[in-house]
Design a protein around this ligand. Structure first.
Ligand SMILES: [Zn+2]
Length: 118
């Protein structure tokens, strides 16, 4: 995957360069089009080359719901579901003591661990 996108990137950059070269040497009205296309294709090629790294699709849930058992101290954290709100009694019973559980909190997760590739 990474290698293929790199090869395509190189090919596009080359084609773009050739187009640009032709555009510069062409005196007809098409020269502008060639130059523009060349630049565009070259930009696409370089974009592929630089951003060709496979993205790690590890998306944490943006919102989580914390559920607490009403009786024991069992706590569960799960993805936020539509309709969740604080102090709502959930349908699931506590797996430990079968007591009703209540939503204790709804939290937004900030992606602070994101690394910036400069
Ligand atoms: Zn419990």
């Amino acid at each position: 995957m990474g290698l293929i996108s790199k090869l395509i990137g190189i090919a596009l950059a080359t084609v773009g360069f050739v187009l640009l070269f032709f555009g510069m040497n062409d005196t007809s009205s098409l020269s502008y089009v060639y130059s523009f296309l060349g630049l565009l294709v070259m930009a696409m090629g370089f974009a592929l080359l630089t951003a060709g790294k496979p993205k790690e699709e590890k998306l944490p849930p943006p919102t989580i719901t914390e559920i607490k058992c009403n009786d024991c101290d069992f706590k569960e954290i799960r993805d936020f579901k539509k309709g969740d709100y604080i102090l709502k009694t959930v349908e699931e019973a506590c797996p430990k003591c079968q007591t009703e559980m209540t939503i204790e909190g709804v939290y937004m997760i900030r992606e602070e661990t994101q690394k910036y590739n400069v």
